[in-house]
Design a protein around this ligand. Structure first.
Ligand SMILES: [Zn+2]
Length: 593
């Protein structure tokens, strides 16, 4: 019971009166996100030379032991935690669709309890919502979300996961992906107190680590309410299954249901190895490669060369800083795909720049792009929802246009003192927003670039994407709130590249082969340990109704679990994706002049 009341009020879920809800309805579509990429700096493996358990009771003892190991292992980590939530409303044709949305981004501190600090302190309505949580309710928002509530289920019970507080009932064996699991139902003991886990756990059958938790928390106090959660862990480091994804869903849309709350939310955790990576860098980067400066020219820089050098320095500073705070993924294969599209645009437009254009991936969900110097940055969420290569080219062409037009931003970041800030204050310290005139000029130039490129024939889909975005924009203000770059939409109206919508066919949700935008999370896979991103390789699933399209929507997670192995290539196997046959893979696209 220690502290449990306090925790419940402070940390969990929704404050406000709420009627007990039915358990979340069945997941609509499996969501592809998968595991297993070797991390770089590996923690030492726990001692697991215990004799294999022979009874279920011994298994439960091992599960409890392993969970305590994990709590200890993670106590030094401060992963990034992101929650994106869509409140739902019932559409007669499309089923539950987003009505409005909320976004939370923070760092978790797992040392003593579970705590978090947020990145979005001075921005937007979500901050206001958080503040009001302490002061009770407002009339406008009947329910108020406490961001930490969504990440609560990284553990079943951080402090009291034991036989004194829980009954364990063995249910069955079951495979989750490649991993054979023992399934247990957990119920809190009668006097275990408020806020105890109630639900099911999946335990892998070698080391007996929990790999999945599904359920809720029992006995909420007055004015609080517990979400239902489905929490997944991935075996990203030897011996440990790391909490990675949590899906929450509430809402009963059956006839006559008096739902007071209906939402879907995805919580992702990453950046577990951020601190360790910094420490390692300090050692490995001390190296003396050559004593002589081997740059080809022995001359001094001309003023223009000095200016370019300066911009390069600013660009490198910013990207390095963002990578260090876990907001930009390390360079990888996704960048190569983006770069191919940029190259296609450059070659066909005879663009020759003094420095090459590079691309990187922002690890967050809100749809945004920006460029700093010659580096174009696209968010993971944006790449997720783009239906095809034509729409990807559209997004990249706008940023390329800024670079071609010399709309350089951020040269002030060549001063290194400007990189000295806490990760949480990144959004207050960095910004790459253009003035409206430069935005308009970039759109105009981008259309020119596209029309002269191999993507000239593919602009219909790009226009359709804009139309779909326009249709949903009024409900998705959090998803469309850029944190570093310019907004794609302002006040519910798409502004970026909006003229492409004019030449696109009519948007028709009922036309099953018209895929204007994809759900979130279907394309880019982020490794929670080392932040590397890769493109999801999933078998397309046939869309059988308009409700399957789920543009810009949140869906459940269904990672295909597999065990950590250094021999394994990054796992390619994922669950079925709610996507169509189009992919953004462009490695073979041959530009024609
Ligand atoms: Zn722009």
């Amino acid at each position: 019971m220690r502290n449990m009341n306090g925790l419940v009020m402070a940390l969990l879920a929704v404050t406000m009166t709420a009627v007990a809800q039915q358990p979340a309805s069945a997941p609509q579509n499996p969501q592809p996100v998968s595991a297993t990429q070797p991390g770089q700096a590996q923690p030492s493996q726990p001692q697991t030379n215990l004799a294999p358990p022979t009874t279920m009771n011994q298994v439960v003892d091992r599960v409890i032991l392993r969970e305590k190991d994990l709590v200890k292992f993670l106590s030094l980590r401060t992963p990034i935690v992101e929650t994106y939530l869509q409140n739902l409303t019932q559409d007669p044709q499309l089923g539950p669709i987003p009505q409005d949305d909320h976004y939370f981004l923070g760092r978790m501190d797992l040392s003593d309890s579970i705590d978090r600090s947020d990145y979005l302190q001075d921005k937007g309505k979500d901050e206001g919502m958080e503040k009001r949580l302490l002061g009770g309710l407002t009339k406008k928002f009947k329910f108020q979300y406490q961001p930490l509530g969504f990440s609560w289920m990284i553990f079943a019970d951080r402090n009291d996961f034991d036989r004194q507080h829980y009954d364990f009932h063995y249910a069955r064996r079951e495979f989750l992906g490649d991993v054979r699991c023992l399934v247990f139902d957990l119920t809190p003991k009668k006097d275990a107190g408020r806020g105890r886990f109630l639900g099911r756990i999946w335990v892998e059958d070698q080391d007996f680590s929990i790999v999945r938790l599904n359920g809720t928390y029992a006995h909420p106090s007055r004015n609080s309410y517990y979400f239902h959660m489905d929490s997944w862990r991935l075996n990203l480091v030897p011996g440990y299954w790391v909490p990675s994804y949590i899906y929450s869903e509430e809402g009963d849309f059956t006839a006559g249901a008096k739902n007071k709350i209906a939402f879907k939310a995805q919580t992702r955790m990453w950046g577990y190895n951020l601190k360790a990576a910094t420490a390692n860098d300090e050692l490995t980067n001390i190296r003396v490669d050559s004593v002589k400066d081997d740059t080809p020219s022995a001359q001094d820089a001309t003023p223009l060369a000095a200016e370019r050098e300066w911009q390069q320095q600013a660009e490198d500073n910013v990207i390095e800083r963002l990578e260090r705070s876990g907001l930009v993924a390390p360079e990888g294969d996704v960048d190569k795909i983006l770069q191919t599209v940029v190259n296609n645009l450059e070659i066909t437009n005879n663009i020759e720049l003094p420095r090459p254009v590079r691309t990187r991936v922002l690890t967050t969900s809100p749809l945004e792009t920006f460029s700093v110097g010659n580096t174009i940055v696209l968010s993971r969420g944006l790449i997720d929802v783009l239906p095809d290569e034509g729409s990807l080219a559209m997004v990249l062409s706008h940023e390329l246009a800024h670079i071609v037009l010399g709309h350089n931003l951020g040269s002030q970041y060549a001063f290194n003192d400007r990189m000295l800030f806490s990760d949480e204050s990144t959004y207050q310290n960095l910004g790459f927003k253009h003035i409206p005139e430069e935005e308009a000029a970039a759109d105009k130039k981008a259309i020119e670039l596209l029309k002269a490129s191999p993507y000239a024939q593919k602009l219909e889909s790009a226009g359709l994407f804009i139309k779909a975005l326009q249709a949903r924009a009024p409900s998705l203000s959090a998803l469309l709130q850029a944190h570093l770059g310019n907004n794609i939409a302002e006040n519910g109206t798409v502004t970026r590249m909006a003229q492409l919508a004019n030449s696109a066919p009519a948007l028709d949700w009922n036309k099953l082969d018209q895929i204007a935008a994809l759900p979130l999370g279907g394309r880019v896979k982020l490794n929670p340990w080392d932040d590397k991103v890769e493109i999801v390789k999933a078998q397309p699933v046939a869309i059988t109704s308009a409700r399957d399209k789920m543009p810009f929507e949140v869906t459940p997670f269904f990672p295909r679990l597999s065990r950590y192995s250094t021999a394994n290539a990054p796992a390619a196997t994922t669950a079925a994706a709610p996507t169509t046959t189009t992919t953004a893979t462009t490695a073979n696209a041959t530009p024609t002049n």
